[in-house]
Write a protein that binds this ligand. Sequence first.
Ligand SMILES: NC(=O)c1ccc[n+]([C@@H]2O[C@H](COP(=O)([O-])OP(=O)(O)OC[C@H]3O[C@@H](n4cnc5c(N)ncnc54)[C@H](O)[C@@H]3O)[C@@H](O)[C@H]2O)c1
Length: 420
Amino acid sequence: MDKIKIAIIGMGNRGRRYAYQIGQNPNAEITAVCEKNPAHLYAAAERYGVKKENAFLSDTEFFKRGKLADALVIATQDRDHYGHAIAALNAGYQLLLEKPVSPIPSECEEIAALAHEKNLQVVVCHVLRYSAFYDTIKRVIDSGAIGEILSINDIENVGYWHFSHSYVRGNWRNESETGPSILAKCCHDLDIIYYFSGKKCQEVFSSGSRKLFLRENAPDGATDYCLAPCPHRKTCAYDVKKIYYGITRHTIPKMGVHIKVITGMAKPKLKDLKEVLKTSPYGRCVYKCDNDVMENQNVALCLDGGVSANLTMTAFSRGCFRRLCISGTKGEIIGIDGEGKFRLNIFGGVSKTVKVSSGGIFGHLGGDRMIVSDFIEFLRTGIAPARLSAIDVTLESHRIAFAAEESRKTGKAVKLKVES
Ligand SMILES: NC(=O)c1ccc[n+]([C@@H]2O[C@H](COP(=O)([O-])OP(=O)(O)OC[C@H]3O[C@@H](n4cnc5c(N)ncnc54)[C@H](O)[C@@H]3O)[C@@H](O)[C@H]2O)c1
């Protein structure tokens, strides 16, 4: 059987990770790439052996050429997904689309409708489903071991250093440029709640706050950029050295992968990073940015059949992890993703630790690798795996995120339309 041909648009942080996974898969090959940054485009084209005429700096030129592969990975920024997805579906591509589908509700519905009309699949990158931790929990739930699910509690700890990078200085800091943090960060959690419970949401109440990353909290004499230099560098947890290149065990391995994003260079060196941080948005004082997304948010969900769920997102944790507690009629599951295990307690029965592969510190606990492999397998066989995060199931969790934002802004609970 011929290899599945895949094109990628957006060779940034996510696009490069998917490219790597596709490159590792014996059943697929990358045949076209589109990326507006020449350094990233040509580095990717060279690495994956993409023909020169199939490497595009312009999305218009890319789509003008028609269908260059069986499938397209869309890994551009949130507000570009709509235009790229519509053009791709019209060209006949199957899609692996980064989340969120779009920060605009009507655009999400339009993409889903066009996919149905064209009979094409849109798989959304809800990568957690594909990691061993969540996959194993889903199997335990489906086995009936904990009975009927009654409640799910999920605390998403974003990590103070990760939050400052993405939601204060970086790409997802300002709602008008991207979307609210409850969609950008927590659409994964809302998807997992729907995936595990199998219940649609009837009503949502949400509240949120911004307390720290505000101008009034800048210490006296703080400069606009850390490397100005700011007199508070030694004591500030958000100093660029501590976040991007100092020796701190919990930030360095993860933030290291963002150096290409910050510099825009294909092979940046430490001196390049330091130079760029003098004036880059990522070098700004965290108290003096144009951020407006929530730092903390709670979402209380009433699901079908009297099932309840609670989600808390907080910027303020040392690590970057989710703490889950799922209560059923016969037992409970308690765990922290990334620890490579969870606790399964059967009431009046066994209580045990279930070990799973931790999936490593990169790639969403192994989810990035498995979503690519499931997607390719699906294209090869036409058989959709049960965990496939297709657009219709994704829209369920996106609708909850939109309703949660409405609730947070109005202070009122919001009912969702439940289709019969
Ligand atoms: N699944 C997940 O868990 C997860 C995690 C992080 C980010 N994301 C999502 O993935 C997407 C990409 O995020 P990222 O971190 O890779 O961002 P990024 O900024 O690193 O990458 C986006 C890339 O798209 C390129 N680009 C922008 N407009 C383009 C155009 N018109 N034509 C061609 N290339 C264009 C940019 O130059 C950039 O290289 C976002 O939607 C984000 O929300 C998903």
